[in-house]
Design a binder for this molecule. Sequence first.
Ligand code: SAH
Ligand code: SF4
Ligand code: F3S
Length: 433
Amino acid sequence: MSKNLFIETLGCAMNSRDSEHIIAQLSEKENYTLTDDLASADLILINTCSVREKPVSKLFSELGVFNKKKKDGAKIGVCGCTASHLGEEIIKRAPYVSFVLGARNVSKITDVLHREKAVEIDINYDESEFAFDDFRTSPYKAFINISMGCDKSCTYCIVPKTRGDEISIPDELIIREATRAVKGGAKEVFLLGQNVNNYGRRFSGEHEKVNFSELLRRLSLIDGLERIRFTSPHPFHMDDEFIEEFARNPKICKSMHMPLQSGSTKVLKDMKRGYSKEWFLERVEKLRSVCPEVSISTDIIVAFPGESDEDFADTIDVMKRVRFDQIFSFKYSPRPETEAEHFTNTVDEDVASFRLTSLQNLNTEILDEINATSLGKIYRVYFEDLNKDYFVSGRSDNNIVIKVKGSDELLGEFRDVKITAIGRTILTGEVVA
Ligand code: SAH
Ligand code: SF4
Ligand code: F3S
């Protein structure tokens, strides 16, 4: 008899892909079907994130709610990055939790399910060649992991402690997965890793040397695959070969995530990011010189310990010079097992809030100016989502979200769309061809 699975996914795209892997294993091997009704679920999973403090405290309050609402006999499991770093403590604080499964142990889901109070959190467990069954949330776009873990040691970041050392998935497996997805109807693949342009640094066994540019070249040979996206590349690894391949290869979408973190060379050094303000600006210049249509997004942390007004002014300066098309901005949040956790020169909370607000206000101003230039322009849109009120939305090659009036007939299709109205996060248009 089929059983019901409720799964909540927090965090980044890698977690979303891990959830797809978990769903695939549970439906193929254990006969589970997805539900969004918590009360009817036989198994409730939370795939957690611990990159900032808030999501962690949210976890325990949410677990309490799930425990109250679940039906008798239903199991609760905690997966993902918080599972990796809190491990057994989760069961101590929430004894009704049946198992804890770390972010690098996803393939063990069908095993922990049958072992009461199992805790599997080995952060260097090697799943790089594990043959996961297939499940995709979207038939139009396939998320594909190309590496696991991260070998960097950014001083603020917990990820290396939750996802372990970096290991690349052999390119032939990635190409096989992408080919299967394309045969299944996906015209776009979205490659995932913490550090995608460091691809090929280490494989689990003997393997031919293949770097990220070469992986992109090989993937783009797949017939029927029209768009390739990826996240996150690291500015330090944006060498000329990579930037030129990005610009030259027509299948690679012209949208680049360049996580700046800070515009101050001093702060970048304290963060151990491996590049300076000047290096970052020079890489942006190089990218725009070979690919003028590129849109650039970024991540910024404000109020890292020791960040002075001058340091913050450097971040604002980079914002003004680069004019990012999208930013994800955060207040620094101290994380356990990181170097910066022990830094004592913390920034006052009100200063941190002020900096975050100024940064976001500046970004809004810039975005309004950028968006205003889109009116009347024509973009090639790949439609992926059916929205309310007969709207269908998709993305342009350079990652602008665009909606048009239409039906599900547009889903999975490319159309030229002329922009007729501007919004802050989404543009509206009409299909012209
Ligand atoms: N591998 C990616 C980042 C993954 S984490 C990269 O290097 O770009 C996603 C984002 O969360 C980071 O880019 C950073 O901006 C933010 N972040 C990570 N740790 C943080 C912390 N301790 N406090 C605030 N933001 C943090
Ligand atoms: Fe974290 Fe830095 Fe690795 Fe990104 S590159 S996951 S920020 S340690
Ligand atoms: Fe969060 Fe883990 Fe991703 S900490 S951002 S879910 S790698």
